[in-house]
Design a protein around this ligand. Structure first.
Ligand code: ADP
Ligand code: 5GP
Length: 216
């Protein structure tokens, strides 16, 4: 699990960047921005039994599958983690993740707190977790309504779930209040940059330093 980026002299382990938030706080938006700016970051594409939203593309945003297919994947052990969220099943396929890590890539997960805890249990040293909070509840409601892709019943259900979700903020390494994207996004990038530079992730350091010392 090592990566040598074009501008880096030292190779390093990939990391698993986990983003969670109550629905509507902005993690899909932040995920999209991050992927535009960080082309080496692979996105873990989840499977879900939820109906596709009009703006979503199968295989890009999610792989939309039937409940029996989900249960078969889960029971075969093909999911790294899975959870029932807002009445639908969601899971992160293991195969794509293993392939990406083997290629030395960082991987981004947009998953709920139940999934975040499972990934952390399985790969504690590689996980960097970030929780996104909305600036206020009226703004959260406003964002869910403005997105205009869910029915009023679905929006009400998601708002009701926000209480339990927001309460999980202590389980994460970092917490961002997403008031203004122009502030939140650079902060998220800064987390990624700093975490990539953690000494223990820079697995090529012993060889690099050895080379430096040899030439002294
Ligand atoms: P989530 O993935 O957490 O459910 P989204 O990223 O889909 O949330 O964001 C919900 C809505 O709020 C979208 O319409 C998005 O454009 C908007 N949004 C996200 N972040 C902000 C922000 N900082 N300020 C204003 N609107 C935002
Ligand atoms: P949405 O339906 O709005 O796309 O996502 C609803 C919730 O499910 C969000 O909190 C999202 O992070 C979470 N989610 C999406 N994919 C997965 C997954 O593979 N596993 C888990 N545990 N949660 C997921």
């Amino acid at each position: 699990m090592t990566a040598q980026l074009a501008n880096d002299l030292v190779s390093r382990r990939g990391l698993l960047l986990v983003l969670s938030s109550p629905s509507g706080a902005g993690k899909t938006t932040l995920t999209r921005l991050l992927r535009d700016k960080e082309p080496t970051l692979a996105l873990s594409i989840s499977v879900t039994t939820r109906p596709r939203r009009p703006s979503e593309v199968d295989g890009v945003h999610y792989r939309f599958i039937a409940v029996d297919e989900f249960i078969a994947l889960r029971d075969r052990g093909d999911l790294l983690e899975w959870a029932e969220v807002h009445g639908n099943f969601y899971g992160s396929p293991r195969r794509e993740i293993d392939q990406a890590l083997a290629g030395g890539q960082d991987i981004l997960f947009d998953i709920d707190y139940q999934g975040a805890m499972q990934v952390r249990e399985k790969a504690a040293a590689d996980v960097v977790s970030v929780f996104i909070l909305p600036p206020s509840i009226p703004e959260l409601k406003h964002r869910l309504e403005r997105r205009a892709e869910d029915s009023p019943e679905v929006i009400a259900r998601r708002l009701a779930a926000a209480k339990v979700e927001i309460d999980r903020w202590r389980d994460y390494d970092y917490v961002l209040v997403n008031d203004d994207l122009n502030r939140t996004f650079p902060r998220l990038q800064a987390i990624l940059v700093a975490e990539r530079l953690k000494r223990e992730r820079q697995t090529g350091l012993p060889d690099f330093v050895h080379g430096l010392l040899k030439d002294l």
